[in-house]
Design a protein around this ligand. Structure first.
Ligand code: CA
Length: 222
């Protein structure tokens, strides 16, 4: 899952980025409305966290532009104001949720997860690939009933592979969904993480679910 935070207050932006990264999400930050729009047009995000008051172009204006151009990515609007009128305006401009600053990260995380689920309400809360099982609500992974302990990034990579089980995924598409804009496409970080995953989900079990497609990328056997 990849998230864009459009926030000019560096402290708030970094706080949100750090929080989501600790949960295994990839996070980009834009410091003003125009940069936000540029990043949205050039990347694929699963969620946008949009501050109300922004330089160059404010949050409601960014959001109106997005919705007018058919971008349906869920948006959580942040604001320091708490007037009811603003809240109504926030939803009118197409926000999916609304959070008043200051807020606890745990609250934002809960709202974000609710939106991920709502946006894809037909998706199950458990992902399966062979005897590998991922419980999305409890964030637990087991294979053949045995618990597997994953880091946040490994979990995030496996979630993307499991959501697309049976499909060959290129390194580019993995990078777009699991890493942020600073991802260095010349690095072998994806291969390194795939190897970490293999050591946990495949090696101890003696059969390979995660396979390399030479010259293309990776596929998790459905
Ligand atoms: Ca602001």
């Amino acid at each position: 899952m990849r998230i864009l935070v459009v926030e000019d207050e560096r402290k708030v932006g970094n706080f949100v980025k750090k929080g989501f990264e600790e949960e295994g999400y990839a996070v980009d930050i834009a410091g003003d409305g125009e940069q936000g729009l540029f990043l949205i047009e050039t990347n694929e995000y699963d969620l946008i966290i949009l501050d109300w008051m922004l330089p160059k172009r404010d949050g409601p204006s960014v959001l109106k532009h997005l919705r007018a151009t058919g971008v349906t990515t869920p948006v959580i609007m942040l604001t320091a104001r708490d007037a009811v009128q603003d809240e109504i305006q926030g939803f009118d401009s197409g926000a999916d949720d609304y959070l008043t600053k200051p807020f606890e990260f745990a609250v934002l995380l809960r709202r974000a997860r609710a939106l991920f689920r709502r946006g894809k309400s037909d998706l199950p809360t458990v992902l399966l690939a062979g005897d590998l099982r991922m419980d999305l609500l409890g964030r637990k992974v087991t294979r053949g009933g045995k618990p597997i302990d994953l880091t946040a990034k490994e979990y995030s990579l496996l979630e993307y592979l499991m959501r697309n089980a049976g499909m060959v995924l290129t390194r580019t598409s993995i990078a777009e969904h699991v890493w942020d804009v600073h991802f260095d496409s010349d690095s072998n970080v994806i291969d390194v993480y795939v190897n970490y995953l293999r050591n946990k989900i495949d090696r101890p079990f003696g059969s390979k679910l995660l396979q390399t497609v030479r010259g293309v990328g990776y596929v998790l056997k459905a």
